[in-house]
Structures are given as structure tokens and as C-alpha cells.
Design a protein around this ligand. Structure first.
Ligand SMILES: Cc1cc2nc3c(=O)[nH]c(=O)nc-3n(C[C@H](O)[C@H](O)[C@H](O)COP(=O)(O)OP(=O)(O)OC[C@H]3O[C@@H](n4cnc5c(N)ncnc54)[C@H](O)[C@@H]3O)c2cc1C
Length: 406
């Protein structure tokens, strides 16, 4: 039996589920298709990773009416401290200096998933098909048809618009024959949580070391998320060593700002790459999230950027659908993409630049970098501009980021 929808979102990870939340309570008929149950330990989007959410993400989640639940599990970031190991450069940022309560918030991805999924279970216009995998996609002029594989059966769907939110290794992007440009950084992030002897005081630390960036993001109960980026050939070593040795290595690079680090959780690894799709719109399909652009997590910007794309697409669909009555309309999708390209390119260039800039310990490069960091720290307009970029409130942004409603 063929079921017809206005929109099918393929992939119910953080990005696909956020778009479904944004479009709930509209008159669009939507299917959200997710391959792996949110409660499964193999769910790749909702794992134990700590995510730093920017002010733009807070405003979007407020508009989606899920912020109060997200905030209940989140720890605010009131200060950010960026340093370069073995050098003098520092950048210190403070929410109070901008009259803000926080510069961002840290949430565990699994907890964010629980909030998004429970919001979707209470909506009338979104069918959550999970576990179900999109196995094939066929474009026609007036619609797209899809085949799904379910645990005991198969299902056929058709839709006006297919949103491809199936992650960096998107199989659907491949079926649509969209090529990508991939930069393999030969770096792997090792992620875990630790407890510190001295209270973190809602401070996020980013420390650039010769081995790669080391971030500590504040969590509740004086825990911090550690994101330790190492050359890929050393990753297995850091995953295998015992907890005491691992903590010593982190401590050596991080120093004693938070006193002794203890109680390390299980460690997980993520290979680092940049992936940019050559096209984000193909016929009636639009790529969203990591399938469109995956960036290095050094500036904690990946999901925040994706969520601004979610806001931009939702605005185009809600505002324009009344006129065109076709969510897969070519002009609507082009207009959405044009509105988002500048932000996407700016953020991906910045995160790529940081991988080159902070991994080079040549004397002249290190000296220039440290002078630049000191200037940013001491010159208020430079710091203000950096903070606004980090918070996703710089340049032309979707209405939801500016406090408007859909
Ligand atoms: C170590 C690390 C730390 C990070 N920290 C931050 C941070 O602090 N702040 C930030 O903003 N960003 C951060 N990011 C980036 C963030 O994790 C990504 O931007 C985000 O996960 C993208 O979500 P997504 O939904 O596009 O893709 P994914 O999370 O990969 O989700 C894709 C979903 O699609 C499903 N799927 C796949 N194929 C199919 C199919 N054929 N049919 C149906 N479903 C399918 C998968 O099961 C999955 O649930 C970090 C990333 C890493 C690796």
C-alpha cells in the first residue's frame, strides 16, 4: 500500500527530529523515518556525547517549545577560556559582559533526543516510522517515491518533498548521485566525562595543544565533558589505556586549573573530517544536517549551524507553502538554500581554518597566533564580534533566531 505525505524526513537524528518538531502543528502531513530506535545503545545521533548549544539554538528551541525541557538537563556556559599550551595567548569571554545569562548550554545528546522524541509522540501531523530504513528513492516530476524496510515488512511512501537527514555517510545522498568533497583531518576525537576537584564554575575550556585541541565543557554535578582530539594513529592507544593513565595524559595537557581530574566515564571515539556536498537540492530532495555539511567539532558549531538551517527551511515551508502548496517547489528550495549559504560557508571555513591554524607549532605561526589571541582578548569590538559568531547571532539569520515565530 502506498502512503502519501507532503514531506518525508529520512533520518530522525538530532536534525531530522528538530525539523519534524518545527513543522508539527502545521497542516503539512509528515513522515519521520528513523532506522534505529532512540532507546537503542546503537543510536548514532543520541549517544552520550556532550553538545554545546549556542544562543541561536536556545532561541530556536524556545520557538519549537522544547527549550524548558532541554534546559532542565543543561548546564549553562557562563565563561569561555581559550588557551594555547606552552604559549602566552589567551581569550577569555564572559556572558555577563554582554548582559547575557549564558554564552551557551551543554546537553547530553541522548537527553536532547529524549526531549525531541517525546515532543513528536504528541503531535497529530507527524507519523514517526521507527525502526524503518529508507532503502530506495525514485524522483518523478510531481513527487518522490520511497521504499522502506521495516523489521518484518516493507512499505512504500510518496511525498512532495524529501528531506535527506541521514547523516554524514548518507546513503540517500549517494542514491541521488550527489558528490561530496571530503577532507580527512587524520584526527580522532575521544569523548568522555570527568569530575574535577575544583568546581568548573560554568566555564568551558578550549586548549590547543601540539597533539590537537582539548575541550572541557561544564556539565551538572561538577562533571565536565572531555573532547580530546588526537592523531588517528594514536586513538586506539588512548582508548585502550587504563583510566589513571588516561587521566594523567589529560591532566598533563590541561594543567591544574580545575585541580585533580577523576572518575573518567567510558571513552568513545569519532573520526574527524569535513564533508561538503556539491549540491544541497536535487529535484524534490533537499539535504539537511550532516548529509549536507559535516565540520570539525573544534568550535562546537556543527549542530548549531544545522539547527539554523532547520529554522530557515521550516520558515520557507510554512511561509511559502500557503502560496505554492508544493513543499518540493524548486523556487522555494532554491530560496531556502540562498538564504543559508553564507552562514554555512562562513562556519565551515572557520572550523577548517582552526584545524590548520592551531595545529602548527612552527615558531612564527605560533607567535602570530598568540599575538592574535591576545589582541582579541584585549580589544572589546574584536571579542564582541567573536562572541557573536560563536553564539550564532551574527549576520543574516532566520527569524526564529531573531525571536520571531513561525
Ligand atoms: C565528537 C563530536 C562532538 C560534537 N560536538 C558538538 C557541539 O558541541 N556542538 C554542536 O553544535 N555540534 C557538535 N557536533 C556535531 C553534531 O554532532 C552534528 O552536527 C549532528 O549530530 C548532526 O546531526 P544529523 O541529524 O544531521 O546526523 P546524525 O546525528 O548522523 O543522524 C542521522 C540519523 O539518520 C539515521 N539514518 C541513517 N540512514 C538512514 C536511512 N537510510 N533511513 C532512515 N534513517 C537513517 C541514523 O540512524 C541517525 O539517527 C559534534 C560532533 C562530534 C563528532
Amino acid at each position: 500500500m502506498l502512503t502519501e505525505y507532503d514531506i518525508v524526513i529520512a533520518g530522525g537524528g538530532m536534525v531530522g527530529a528538530s525539523l519534524a518538531c518545527a513543522l508539527s502543528d502545521t497542516n503539512l502531513r509528515i513522515a519521520l523515518v528513523e532506522a534505529i530506535s532512540p532507546d537503542s545503545e546503537y543510536q548514532p545521533s543520541y549517544d552520550e556525547r556532550g553538545l554545546a548549544l549556542s544562543l541561536s539554538s536556545k532561541r530556536i528551541f524556545q520557538a519549537l517549545k522544547v527549550w524548558h525541557q532541554v534546559e532542565a538537563n543543561a548546564n549553562p556556559i557562563k565563561r569561555v577560556h581559550v588557551s594555547d599550551r606552552g604559549h602566552f595567548g589567551k581569550v577569555r569571554m564572559n556572558a555577563a559582559s554582554m548582559g547575557l545569562e549564558a554564552l551557551g548550554y551543554v546537553v547530553i545528546a541522548r537527553e536532547l533526543g529524549t526531549v525531541l522524541m517525546s515532543r513528536l509522540r504528541n503531535t497529530g501531523n507527524v507519523d514517526l516510522l521507527c525502526p524503518a530504513q529508507v532503502t530506495s528513492v525514485r524522483q518523478q516530476p510531481d513527487n518522490i517515491s520511497l521504499s522502506l524496510s521495516l523489521p518484518q515488512s516493507t512499505q512504500e511512501l510518496s511525498c512532495k518533498l524529501l528531506v535527506v537527514a541521514d547523516g554524514a555517510r548518507s546513503g540517500i545522498r549517494e542514491q541521488l548521485n550527489i558528490k561530496t568533497e571530503i577532507t580527512d583531518y587524520n584526527q580522532t576525537a575521544i569523548v568522555c566525562n570527568v569530575t574535577s576537584q575544583i568546581a568548573h564554575a560554568d566555564t568551558a575550556y578550549e586548549r590547543f595543544t601540539e597533539a590537537g585541541p582539548l575541550a572541557l565543557l561544564p556539565l551538572k554535578q561538577n562533571r565536565s565533558v572531555v573532547v580530546f582530539t588526537v592523531p588517528t594513529e594514536e586513538a586506539e592507544h588512548y582508548l585502550q589505556v587504563d583510566n589513571d593513565y588516561f587521566l594523567e595524559e589529560i591532566q598533563k595537557r590541561f594543567g591544574r586549573r580545575l585541580g585533580k581530574l577523576a572518575k573518567v566515564s567510558s571513552r568513545h571515539s569519532y573520526p574527524m573530517m569535513q564533508l561538503l556536498a556539491h549540491k544541497q537540492v536535487e529535484g524534490r530532495a533537499v539535504l539537511l544536517g550532516n548529509s549536507a555539511h559535516t565540520i570539525h567539532p573544534n568550535g562546537a558549531q556543527g549542530f548549531n549551524l544545522c539547527l539554523r538551517d532547520v529554522a530557515g527551511l521550516a520558515e520557507h515551508l510554512v511561509q511559502d507553502n500557503g502560496l505554492a502548496n508544493d513543499p518540493g517547489d524548486k523556487h522555494l528550495l532554491e530560496s531556502y538554500l540562498n538564504s543559508r549559504l553564507e552562514d554555512q560557508q562562513r562556519v565551515s571555513r572557520l572550523s577548517h581554518g582552526m584545524t590548520r591554524w592551531f595545529y602548527n607549532n612552527q615558531l612564527t605561526r605560533a607567535a602570530t597566533r598568540n599575538v592574535a589571541m591576545t589582541l582579541v582578548d584585549l580589544v572589546p569590538p574584536a571579542k564582541d564580534s567573536l562572541m557573536r559568531r560563536g553564539m550564532g547571532i551574527w549576520g543574516k539569520q532566520p527569524g526564529l533566531v531573531r525571536g520571531l515565530e513561525l
